[in-house]
Design a protein around this ligand. Structure first.
Ligand code: CTP
Length: 401
């Protein structure tokens, strides 16, 4: 971790003392750490503590420019490989979500192009306030990663969600982020389907759905970064093809079915994140349908259920299905897991804010065949993809042993 630079932004709350512990842990793990403290943070712990632990100058004021050869906040923003806001107060979250740059931390946060992670810590009611939740949602949409606060006793006397994640856990996440051990899917072939399908009615019309394909593309991108050989069968042309991924573009459920079956035998993991149409027009017209009657009836017929077929023919493959539901999520997900003979179902309630189709975030629960379930919090689709792939890699690994 020697060459990795962590910029630790400490905003003001009682959890500042934990940020001191984190600084020490990061330095001991070989990271270079520089610290910026807000004017509130210095009321809890003196900058000297962070200076001694990081062995670097601590910045507290945008206008204290000790080195005339650089502009401090730009220099720090450029220096960082990763920016951590620990603890992230409601105020600092609000500033970043709204582009406010009125102190050293907020100015640097806008100036950096490095990944930014926030670890919120505050009173449970503050954390649950719609304004704070809205700001967190905005940050997730900007690509900021959140280290969820834990639940438990809070310094304000309340018990609930709002406790800063433990420094040891934050350290592990930072290490994992930089670790080449991300190659957990090395030598694995991962087949992923994404996006909607389009079911033609005539040469100019088709039936489709609201799926954006973003979840499937995030899975393909992350699987490739984890070292897998990735084949993406996509029903959308809107998103750019992910790097180091073999992309096959299809239109209808039938095209998708044919392509999936061609590649299924070679796959170790198959992820059916596509929103495949369940029905298609029974008759596809060769020429454009002309307007005549006041009402028309289009007869639809069932498409092939690709996941069901995969489940039926499954040999060695680890098969993951998706279930986008509007109600009875738990019940439907478990039912699909069984009926389609999948190994895992990723379910989400698409009516929840942050879990919809077109957005960049998701809230999913992962259901395993052994009856266990893992509920993930609101996360970017990228982080959701990482979690899904890690779970699959883990289960595959367990199978081998
Ligand atoms: N699926 C599929 N082929 C289809 C329909 C669905 O492979 N023709 C897959 C989806 O890609 C998803 C899973 O099955 O991984 C669940 O899709 P969903 O539409 O939720 O399930 P259905 O069986 O169609 O059930 P329903 O629409 O009644 O909820």
């Amino acid at each position: 971790m020697n060459e990795k630079n962590i910029l630790l932004c400490v905003s003001g709350g009682i959890a500042v003392y934990k940020a001191a512990d984190l600084t020490s842990k990061l330095v001991q793990s070989g990271f270079s750490v520089k610290v910026i403290m807000s004017s509130s943070a210095v009321k809890f712990v003196a900058p000297l503590t962070f200076q001694a632990l990081s062995r670097n100058e601590v910045h507290t004021d945008t206008f204290t420019e000790n080195d005339p050869s650089v502009i401090a906040h730009i220099d720090l923003a450029d220096w960082a490989d990763l920016v951590l806001v620990v603890p992230a107060t409601a105020n600092m979250i609000g500033k970043l979500a709204n582009g406010i740059a009125d102190d050293m931390i907020s100015t640097t946060l806008l100036a950096t192009t490095a990944p930014v992670w926030i670890a919120p810590a505050m009173n449970v009611h503050m954390y649950n306030h719609p304004a704070v939740q809205k700001n967190i949602q905005t940050l997730l949409e900007f690509g900021v990663r959140m280290i969820e606060p834990g639940s438990g006793y809070l310094a304000c006397g309340y018990t609930g969600k709002g406790r800063l994640e433990e420094p040891a856990v934050i350290l592990e996440k930072v290490k994992a982020f930089f670790s080449p051990g991300n190659s957990v899917l090395k030598n694995r072939t991962v087949l992923i389907t994404a996006g909607p399908t389009k079911e033609r009615l005539d040469p100019v019309r088709y039936f489709t759905n609201r799926s954006s394909g973003k979840m499937g593309y995030a899975l393909a991108e992350q699987a490739a970064l984890m070292g897998a050989n990735v084949i993406l069968i996509s029903g959308t042309d809107i998103l750019p093809d992910p790097k180091n991924v073999t992309c096959i573009h299809v239109e209808s459920a039938e095209d998708m079915y044919q392509e999936v079956m061609k590649h299924a035998d070679a796959a170790d993991i198959i992820i059916k994140s596509a929103a495949v149409a369940d029905y298609r027009p029974k008759q596809v017209l060769d020429s454009k349908m002309k307007k005549s009657a006041d009402q028309i009836i289009v007869e639809l017929e069932k498409t092939t259920d690709i996941l069901f077929e995969l489940g039926k023919r499954k040999k060695h493959q680890f098969i993951i299905g998706f279930a986008a539901e509007t109600n009875h999520v738990d019940e439907y997900a478990k039912e699909k897991l069984k009926r389609k003979n999948a190994d895992m179902i990723v379910a989400n309630n698409v009516t929840l804010k942050g879990a919809g189709f077109e957005g960049d975030t998701n809230i999913v629960t992962i259901y395993h065949k052994d009856g266990t379930a893992k509920e993930l919090p609101l996360m970017s689709k990228t982080d959701t993809a990482k979690e899904i792939l890690r779970e699959a890699a883990l289960k595959l690994g367990e199978r081998k042993t």
